[in-house]
Write a protein that binds this ligand. Structure first.
Ligand code: OGA
Ligand code: MN
Length: 204
């Protein structure tokens, strides 16, 4: 079985804590993944996202305004399944390459309605210290610069701005500060976290 990341990509991630891969999935799978997110949107399965951990979850609309639907990787639609299987391999690869003993990952579809954002935060905080690597796959066709919705990642003295374009995967260390700038169009993505601990099942 081939590798998902090249040596050069692994090196880049090791040095920068951040890696972008364009055209990550086949175009067909990415298209279908978007359709699957839209299917759940039509089913009204998306909920307002909260801040903090599961039982301590509270909604703060001035902090994050996205809507999410958790993915059950054992039971999901076909393109989502392909992506989940790819992430499983990617997790094993990064775990081995960086001696991280990653054990599991969690994923959600996310929709940012027009004018929504996610203020500067870390994915690794008090109640979610087990998130080690964050991954976001963007599903926005014909996304223009003035649609906004960029992911901004902060490191000491630099700031990296990432356009959320179709079939682009952003991988970054969960300990990095980052934010999502306000978007002017509806913005679709699938967000995942590689963890050093098994998932609890109580989000299902
Ligand atoms: C998150 C997040 C970034 C993005 O869901 O925690 O930071 O670009 N998402 O969607
Ligand atoms: Mn985040």
């Amino acid at each position: 079985m081939g590798h998902i990341l090249t040596e050069a990509q692994l090196d880049h991630f090791a040095h920068e804590g951040l890696l972008l891969i364009d055209n990550f999935l086949t175009n067909e799978t990415a298209q279908q993944l978007l359709e699957e997110a839209k299917f759940w949107q039509a089913e009204e399965a998306f909920k307002k996202a909260g801040i903090g951990h599961l039982d301590k979850l509270h909604i703060q609309e001035n902090y994050r305004a996205d809507k999410i639907k958790w993915i059950n990787k054992q039971d999901c639609l076909p393109a989502t399944k392909i992506y989940m299987n790819t992430l499983e391999k990617l997790m094993q690869e990064t775990s081995r390459a960086f001696f991280l003993s990653l054990k599991d990952f969690e994923s959600m579809y996310a929709i940012y309605p027009r004018a929504s954002f996610y203020k500067k935060h870390k994915d690794q905080f008090e109640h979610q210290a087990h998130r080690i690597i964050s991954l976001v796959l963007y599903l926005n066709e014909d996304w223009q610069a003035d649609d906004g919705g960029q992911l901004v990642i902060y490191k000491e003295d630099e700031k990296t701005i990432i356009e959320p374009i179709f079939n682009r995967l952003a991988i970054f260390k969960s300990e990095l500060w980052h934010e999502v700038l306000p978007c002017q169009s509806e913005r679709f993505s699938v967000t995942s976290w590689f963890k050093d601990q098994l998932n609890e099942v109580n989000f299902l």
